[in-house]
Design a protein around this ligand. Structure first.
Ligand code: SF4
Length: 374
């Protein structure tokens, strides 16, 4: 079983914190769709005929596409790949695109999961982040999606926003009650290089982000998830009643995936490759039947480090038996390194190494202490 990710590189406007690959001009949209259809055909053997269990439209803003464009892409995919019976088709969407008409059409098309970029239910946060939607639209689109029969709904929220008090953050989480959402992704606001947020902080227009505020909000999230019975199954992901993101869980379980579109990454178990993140080059190359990507073979050390990084972030932690059987050469080093970790940050049993509540906020730093140098 494998997954397909399709990167749709268009957005209405640039959110202040975002460093994903996207363009705010849709001038090349038609050419992009043509190029994408060609890439689908050219990459049809990448997953060695494995059955596809998830198709994920990410971005950018996939909900910017017309229903006919999405239908065309799904038809092209179905010509070249074999879909599993219970295929999950997930579409990332922004609230301002999700009109009742659009939602109805998406449902008819077979999209069976929506991941909605809400980010906050508070107007001032949305203005600060330069989101393209209002708080009212955020609530309305969730309600409307439920009316249209979407019962597999995920939303994204951001915490650690300057001026976002603990009460504001908890208020965002409490807004979820009764909305019928079964999956939640929560990210700390970060400053990525060359984003508008980065420049505004450098110019002193905005004060630097406060890591203590983000840590405090993460603690609120942990407590809220326990009291409201959300499974906090990965550092940034929570769900109700086992509704884990099938697409992302496959990444964490080392399954193969094909990424299509500019900047998209692929993994076939041995190598990782990524398309050039440039829309013009992408279109020009495919016009000449060429694929523009870079590739790296994963060394054993790379694979070990990736296993550590992805599994330590989950509630299941690192399965020591599995790690030992897959990486016998590195296992003694791993066991030795555990002794250097802060005891309050981890739960170390015979079978698993799991992050404690205290350790979860510092997952990346803790994982780095267990890495092998290549
Ligand atoms: S809509 Fe999403 S991809 Fe586009 S700029 Fe905003 S955060 Fe980035």
């Amino acid at each position: 079983m494998a997954g397909i990710y399709i990167h749709i590189p268009f957005c209405k406007q640039a959110c202040t914190y975002c460093n994903f690959y996207f363009s705010t001009s849709s001038y090349f949209k038609n050419n992009f769709i043509t190029a994408l259809a060609k890439e689908i055909a050219m990459q049809s053997h990448y997953l060695s005929e494995e059955e596809i269990k998830t198709v994920y439209f990410g971005g950018g803003t996939p909900s910017i596409l017309e229903t006919q464009e999405l239908e065309y892409l799904l038809t092209e995919l179905s010509k070249h790949f074999s879909f599993a019976e219970n295929l999950e088709i997930c579409l990332e969407a922004n609230p301002d695109d999700l009109t009742p008409l659009k939602l109805k059409a998406l449902k008819q098309l077979g999209i069976n999961r929506l991941s909605i970029g809400i980010q906050s239910f508070k107007e001032s946060d949305l203005l600060f982040m330069k989101r393209s939607h209002t708080a009212k639209e955020a609530l309305q689109c969730i309600e409307q999606a439920r009316i249209e029969g979407f019962d597999n709904l995920s939303i994204d929220l951001i915490y650690g926003i300057p001026e976002q008090s603990n009460e504001d953050w908890l208020g965002n989480l409490n807004r979820l009650e009764g909305l019928g959402i079964n999956h939640l992704s929560c990210y700390a606001l970060t400053v990525e290089d060359n984003t508008p947020l980065y420049h505004d902080i450098r110019k002193g227009k905005i004060k630097a982000l406060d890591e203590d505020l983000a840590a405090e909000h993460f603690k609120i999230l942990r407590n809220w998830s326990k009291s409201e019975h959300w499974e906090h199954y990965e550092i940034s992901n929570l769900c109700k009643e086992g509704n884990y993101s099938r697409h992302n869980t496959a990444y964490w379980n080392d399954e193969k995936y094909l990424g299509l579109g500019p900047g998209a990454h692929s993994y076939n178990g041995k190598e990782r490759q990524w398309n050039v993140p440039n829309l013009k080059y992408y279109i020009e190359a495919l016009k000449e039947n060429k694929l523009q990507f870079e590739k790296e073979s994963l060394s054993e050390a790379n694979q070990f480090n990736e296993r550590i990084m992805t599994s330590i972030r989950t509630m299941w932690g690192i399965d020591k038996n599995l790690l030992k059987s897959k990486f016998p050469k590195y296992f003694p080093y791993f066991e030795k390194q555990i002794a250097f970790l802060d005891g309050d940050s981890i739960i170390n049993t015979d079978r698993h190494l799991i992050l404690s509540d205290e350790g979860k906020f510092y997952a990346d730093g803790i994982a780095a202490k267990l890495f092998i140098e290549d």
